[in-house]
Design a binder for this molecule. Structure first.
Ligand SMILES: Nc1nc2c(ncn2[C@@H]2O[C@H](COP(=O)(O)OP(=O)(O)OP(=O)(O)O)[C@@H](O)[C@H]2O)c(=O)[nH]1
Ligand SMILES: [Mg+2]
Length: 217
């Protein structure tokens, strides 16, 4: 039996729902990654995110329909008290830097620390070096990104939110890893993992609306 919510979404259409948070310095392309993932579009200008924005899409992974809900956070420091509140419910995290700005890479450790401090301990983290299309302006090498990810035992990809290079792949790779863990452990996500939900006609979207109200949109 299908169940729909106030947003008119049929919840029987997905098997799992994973929540992601996207963090990283301002201007690294977090909102553009989200826009490219959900709408296959690129935005040339920087409209700094105020607090948190929301997006989502359903993917088919390992023959399961996985709904990905994404919280795109503001990189600007002034919003950090707000954005920290969003780590807790996340199944996955994207930590993003810009391959053309060294300081954004240097701040990755600080963002990882934020994830460690505020998120659930089994959160699946992927490090993203964005703006790969700007190869001539590159100051952070692929190897530096890859080594840092290895050091922290997290996934790593370089992407371009402009050309769409590796954008879908990043979400797929990370979601596959989460799903692998669930299927391997045989854990019933409904009972044992608050961050992963199966389709059950619950009130996820009401919760999103409530969070949006509380935030600053
Ligand atoms: N060339 C290129 N430009 C990009 C890419 N991704 C984002 N940009 C540009 O970088 C700027 C910042 O992008 P946003 O996605 O708004 O940055 P953000 O990380 O969300 O910034 P905050 O919301 O302030 O935290 C914009 O001018 C984008 O057009 C990319 O992959 N390649
Ligand atoms: Mg943004």
């Amino acid at each position: 039996m299908s169940s729909s919510n106030p947003l008119g979404e049929d919840k029987s259409k997905y098997d799992y729902m994973f929540r992601y948070i996207i963090v990283g310095d301002s201007n690294v392309g977090k909102s553009c990654l989200l826009l490219q993932f959900t709408d296959n579009k690129f935005r040339q200008n920087h409209e700094a995110t105020i607090g948190v924005e929301f997006g989502g899409k359903t993917l088919e992974i390992k023959n399961k329909n996985v709904k990905i809900q994404i919280w795109d956070t503001a990189g600007q420091e002034v919003y950090q008290a707000i954005t920290r509140g969003y780590y807790k419910g996340a199944t996955g995290a994207f930590v993003v830097y810009d391959i053309t700005r060294k300081e954004t890479f240097e701040h990755v450790e600080k963002w990882l620390e934020d994830v460690r401090t505020n998120a659930s301990k089994d959160i699946q983290v992927i490090l993203i070096g964005n703006k790969k299309d700007l190869e001539s302006e590159r100051v952070v090498s692929f190897d530096d990104g890859s080594s840092l990810a290895e050091k922290h035992n997290i996934l790593f990809l370089e992407t371009s939110a402009k050309t769409a290079f590796n954008v879908q792949e990043a979400f797929i790779k990370s979601a596959e890893k989460i799903l692998e863990g669930i299927l391997k452990s045989g854990v019933d996500p409904n009972k044992n993992n608050q961050n992963v939900k199966i389709s059950s006609g619950d009130d996820d979207d009401d919760e999103i609306k409530e969070k949006k109200k509380k935030c600053c949109l």
